[in-house]
Structure formats: C-alpha cells, structure tokens
Design a protein. Structure first.
Length: 409
C-alpha cells in the first residue's frame, strides 16, 4: 500500500474503541417480547449497506429495551453481524429515525473514540476486500456461519489509520456518492407514489371490471435447468430487492462455483417479482432493466402479463397495494412452513383492473413514471460502480486527498 500521502500508523482497534457489546442472549429476546410499535430492533435487513437503515420490522417496549441497555446502539455507533450473513457492518447516521436501536442476538455494536475515529471511515474500510478479509478471518468453519469470539477478535484487528481530518476527507468522497444515490432513491419513491396515486384515482373514476391474476398473467412462466448450461448467471435473491430497489445481484459461473439450488426463475424485461416469504417485508419489484442470464430465487413468484392491454406496471401496482400485501401476510402467518409464507397460486386472489384501448393515455402516463424510476436505478448502478472502484484506492492512499478541504454536498 502507498501511504506516502497519509499521516498514518498501524493500530489495534482496541486502542480506539470506547465500548463494545453483543446483542442479548436469545432467551432474553424471545418472539413473545415483540410488539407492533415501540423501541426498534436491528437485524440483518438493516445492515445491507454502509448505514443502518430504518426499515425496521421488529420492536419491543421501551422497558424491555432498557433492561438490555448494554445491547443498545446509538447514533455514531457501528453495528456488525455475528452470525448469518457475515461481513455486514454499518454505522448509525446522525439523522437516523431513532436515537437508539436494540441489537438482535446476531449483532454486536461498537462505540469508537470520536477524537480518533470517524465512524463512516471505519465502516468504509471494512467494506473493502482487505477489511472484509479481516472480519471473516475469525469466522467459524463449523455449523452455522458465525464469528468466533467476535468482541475479542474484533478488538484485536489491526489496520492503518490516518489522522481524523484525513479520515473525514476520504470518507467525504464516498459519502457524497452515497448521498446522490439516496437522493435518487427518494426521487424514485416519489415517482412511485405518484404512480400509485394515479392508479387509485383512476380506479375510483372509472370503476373498471376486474380479473383474477391468472386470467391476465402467467405465474412462474420460465424455469432454468442446469442442463441449459449457461456460462454465467446473474442471480437475484429475495432479500436483495425491497420495494422495487435492487441492492445486489450475484454473478455466478456454474463451471467455477455451485449455483444455488434456488436460482431457477428466469427473469425477463418488466417481469414482476413478489417474495412468497414474509410478504410484509416488501421484497418485491419490477425488473425494468434485466441484465443477461438473470435468474430469480424460487422464493419469488414471477408474474408476466399475457394480455398486451394490461401491462406489467398495472399488475405490479395491484399486487403491491398495501391492503393486498397485508392480506398475503395474514395468509402467510397461517402456514405451517418454517417461515410465514404463501404459495405462488395464492396471488391469484389479486384482482387486476381490466384496462382497455381507451385507457391508453392513463397507461402511457403510468409507464412513463416507471421508465423514470428505471433511469434513476440505472444512474445509481453507475454511481455504485464508481464508488466501489474508488473505495479501495482511497483507503490505500493511492488517491491523494490531502489538498481537499471541503466538498459541496
């Protein structure tokens, strides 16, 4: 590594950690403790990026949370996964929705000395290949993926740490890219809200006849077989799409690594995907810009219109109406499977408005909004690629930031 332009020294993290603690033991945080609203609990779904996200689905009472005070993470703290999807690590931003979050039994929290450490910098470091290697170096190789003695071993990690101002200059570049991505996501959310408002208004004004989903669309129309022998696969798991936003697509070469057994649903342009597990987690979306050889998990129901007059965008809006999602969640909770889930055929309960030729202006407006969302997603893909290219070069000192004072944000 080139540190010529960085005032830096190798330190052990224990020297800059003020406090560290794991989530509560499972017996102290049972499902029976959960309440519909209250003190938020962080789980893996909140650690997919650099910041802890506020898409919280589990809560406990304030009293219960404060009985587990050591496991509460606050703004500025860093949270990392202990078991499950290893390598996840994120910080709680100063503008988070909640002041504190209770870590689940699968996470641990770290409070750094803010005079020596800028928390986003540390998180960005651990998202590089080198940083990931250091976390995963103490993963247990037996049983469920987990970090062995996570608190002790995390404290022992050594890394080169520049001065606090240098950390901020480096992190600021990544933060600006992340903020642009977040802004695009907010714009996309607004565009989708507009589409949903137009859809609801049109339903009220026109009172169209309705059809069952199976009458107007195919469910799981194409299945991939290993006999097809694709040289590569772009795999979308259910957890990697939420409310239309894709966070990750795994590229897999079956000749070099095993293709997940669930990678079977062939995805085409404008296909709708709807997770059949825990519908209330909103793992659904519309594949506006599919990449080559794209497969979805069998945890998805893939829906594709078979009537040109009823485009997939209309089907998507009907399937993702909150009232219908809640209906599917209630049905899922009655299932006897390991996780609350529905069958793809259960989606046939959704009634799709029968749009006609005279509705073409309305449909054109809806599709224009979805195209704008797709454009925003494509820009975010480019910004993410730029960020991921710059990140290791910034962290290694290859890019000199010493002359950067402030950046407009």
């Amino acid at each position: 590594m080139n540190y010529d332009n960085m005032m830096t020294s190798e330190i052990e993290l224990s020297t800059v950690i003020s406090d560290i603690a794991a989530g509560p033991f499972g017996s102290n945080l049972k499902v029976s403790c959960f309440v519909p609203d209250g003190f938020p609990i962080i789980d893996g779904a909140n650690l997919k990026g650099f910041k802890v996200t506020d898409n919280v689905t589990k809560f406990v009472t304030d009293e219960k949370a404060h009985s587990l005070e050591r496991s509460i993470a606050h703004r500025g703290d860093v949270v990392s996964t202990i078991s499950g999807t290893l390598g996840q690590i994120a910080y709680i931003p100063d503008d988070s929705k909640y002041e504190g979050y209770l870590c689940s039994q699968r996470q641990f929290r770290i409070t750094f000395d803010k005079l020596k450490v800028y928390p986003p910098y540390i998180v960005f470091y651990f998202h590089t290949r080198e940083g990931q290697h250091k976390i995963l170096s103490f993963a247990s190789q037996v049983g469920v993926p987990a970090l062995a003695q996570p608190l002790k071993n995390f404290r022992k990690i050594k890394m080169f740490l520049p001065g606090i101002e240098e950390q901020k200059r480096i992190a600021n570049i990544i933060e600006i890219l992340n903020e642009k991505i977040e802004t695009n996501n907010q714009i996309n959310d607004n565009l989708l809200q507009q589409a949903r408002f137009m859809f609801r208004r049109w339903l009220v004004d026109n009172l169209p006849s309705k059809c069952r989903l199976s009458e107007v669309a195919s469910i799981n129309p194409e299945t991939y077989s290993p006999k097809d022998e694709w040289s590569f696969v772009n795999y979308l798991d259910t957890s990697s799409i939420t409310s239309g936003t894709i966070t990750e697509v795994q590229q897999i070469r079956p000749s070099e690594e095993k293709l997940p057994s669930r990678a079977r649903r062939i995805l085409r342009k404008n296909d709708v995907v709807f997770s059949t597990v825990r519908p209330n987690q909103l793992h659904y979306g519309i594949i506006s810009n599919p990449i080559p050889n794209m497969l979805g998990s069998t945890g998805f129901a893939v829906i594709r219109s078979k009537r040109p007059s009823i485009p997939n965008e209309i089907i998507y809006l009907a399937l993702t109406e909150p009232s219908f999602v809640e209906q599917m969640q209630q049905l899922a909770e009655q299932s006897v499977s390991t996780f609350p889930s529905i069958r793809p055929a259960d989606l046939d309960a959704c009634l799709i408005p029968d749009t006609q030729e005279e509705d073409k202006d309305f449909i054109s407006s809806i599709q224009a909004l979805f195209r704008a969302v797709a454009s925003g997603n494509e820009e975010n893909k480019c910004l993410s690629a730029l960020r991921d290219t710059l990140l290791p070069r910034l962290m290694s000192g290859e890019i000199d930031v010493s002359n950067i004072t402030t950046l407009s944000r």
